[in-house]
Write a protein that binds this ligand. Sequence first.
Ligand SMILES: C[S@@+](CC[C@H](N)C(=O)[O-])C[C@H]1O[C@@H](n2cnc3c(N)ncnc32)[C@H](O)[C@@H]1O
Length: 216
Amino acid sequence: MNRTLITTNDGSHSIRIDAMDETYHSIHGALQEAKHVFLKEGFYQSEDAVAILEIGFGTGLNAFLTMLEAHKCARQVEYVAVEKYPVAEEMLRVLNYGTLLHEAEWFDELHVINWEMRVPLSDYFALTKLQKDIADIDFEPRFHVIYFDAFAPDKQPEMWTPDVFEKMYKALLPGGILVTYCAKGQVKRDLKAAGFIVESVPGPPGKREMIRARKD
Ligand SMILES: C[S@@+](CC[C@H](N)C(=O)[O-])C[C@H]1O[C@@H](n2cnc3c(N)ncnc32)[C@H](O)[C@@H]1O
């Protein structure tokens, strides 16, 4: 699949897949979207140590931001990221997240570590990258937060099925939350059917709403 580097409106990069007519992030700003959807509405919903599951590691932007924030507020983070189609090294090397956030070495580290093993990257942040199809994994209930960052439902509907949401529900601890940039009515209904309490919260610039769903 042909992946092209693009620059979004806040100056941060993203990737476009021409064949799918889809981008990895909002064209209004990859960095500001990630900060809003996953950090503000996900990571910062509590102040404790946290286990995070990310669906769709992609460029590693969400993991990178989370690692930086974990240090800023001295919070222990256990981060598990699932990715079926890792981004090629040549593409990762040109992404500007490390330089924009003045932590280029840390960004590179996320990508050089091996897949399928837990790697403590610092005193606060341990990362496990799984190169797998989400359809082939079942999780124990051990996560506080899920960053659900799949391609849009109309581009990759198999990621947004009731089966996947039931899997996500099982992966969460009681009180745990799933956040996604998506705000579609059908997604809300399917999350409710899987057992979630679903909330619409304000979205990042360019998007009125997003979803935060909680396991009771
Ligand atoms: C919207 S992009 C993710 C963006 C990513 N969080 C980032 O910040 O770069 C969706 C990601 O889901 C991955 N993906 C697609 N199908 C998948 C599957 N069946 N299982 C796991 N990951 C999948 C894609 O390869 C892509 O990296």
